[in-house]
Design a protein around this ligand. Sequence first.
Ligand SMILES: Cc1ncc(COP(=O)(O)O)c(C=O)c1O
Length: 406
Amino acid sequence: MSSTGRISERIASIAESATLAVDAKAKALKAAGRPVIGFGAGEPDFPTPDYIVDAAVDAARQPRFHRYSPAGGLPELKKAIAAKTLRDSGYAVDPAQVLVTNGGKQAVYESFATLLNPGDEVLVPTPYWTTYPEAIRLAGGVPVEVFAGPERGYLVSVEQLEAARTEATKVLLFVSPSNPTGAVYPAEQVAEIGRWAAENGLWVVTDEIYEHLTYDGVPFTSIATAAPELGDKVVVLNGVAKTYAMTGWRVGWMIAAADVIKAATNLQSHLSSNVSNVSQMAALAAVSGPLTAVDEMKQAFDRRRRAMVSALNSIDGVECPMPEGAFYAYADVRGLLGREFPGKDGPVRPQTSAELAALILDTVEVAVVPGEAFGPSGYLRLSYALGDDDLATGMERLQDFLGKGR
Ligand SMILES: Cc1ncc(COP(=O)(O)O)c(C=O)c1O
């Protein structure tokens, strides 16, 4: 029976990306002249390094890049991505195992679309990046949340995963360093989780987009190499956005067994064809070049991470573990809920983190993303990928508003 609604049920059920919505609202207020401080953005505040931009300018002048190119990616970029993967995570793959996508986001979407049949369950460590459950549902799959709170460093255990596993479980989603929590799994735990997945015949989709953003000497561990038992049931997702400050260029990739990549490439050939050639050539310069730019960004992020977490923990009712990766702090604000705060039209008692985030934006013009975007209520995600002065101003406003209890 056909549905009578204007919008299909499948598409109507998709929630707007809460992170992009907060960012858009903050940018709109700023454009209207309001002195908004945005902690919502999931992107480095640095420009893309010059040598990468130069490669794009060169490419834009070459007529061959004005034409369609292979849907799965430029052969030279696929080769460079395979080489970079061996360099950075010791994972040896053939260029035929690489699909170049329109950002990491498209790689997430295509991975689930390629792996899942209707009703297949995907274990999703929670708090999760807001796009995963939507991409899983769009593919007909069922996201199964496995929650790990701040008391366990936002890291799920094998016991928790095992408790959530059913006959219908097909895939474990794994992300370390994590968006939104900044948590980084220790190497032994990565291997343990990978072994458990292999023993149970699960696929692992591992999102490694923050691989180069870890602090305090904490190493990044790829589950693909830490758990060789997984064999070819691993899909690695990655991209240039975070490492090279290239969020706007839209280049990501998916690495998997050749048959999975062939199937995903067929999907992409009908969905979007090749990623912009100019962007692909910029990505080629990025992945085959040095990691000096990300090392410099990391120094700034590390400084801001410490400043932000110490300011958050100075607020009575807020607990924030020190994140070891990415560029987000994930604060537990359950201690603030139900307390009275001065709103614009009188006292307000926010009961959820969504209400608290709205109150903060309305009263002190600071944009933060509520936990509801990533799982349970009671948390706020703050990105520290913004200038030191803005960060200091924003944290002062939060401290003044929420109260310096300690
Ligand atoms: C965990 C994670 N994966 C993937 C992406 C996708 O990045 P992009 O589509 O910009 O390459 C993001 C962006 O925020 C992310 O946080």
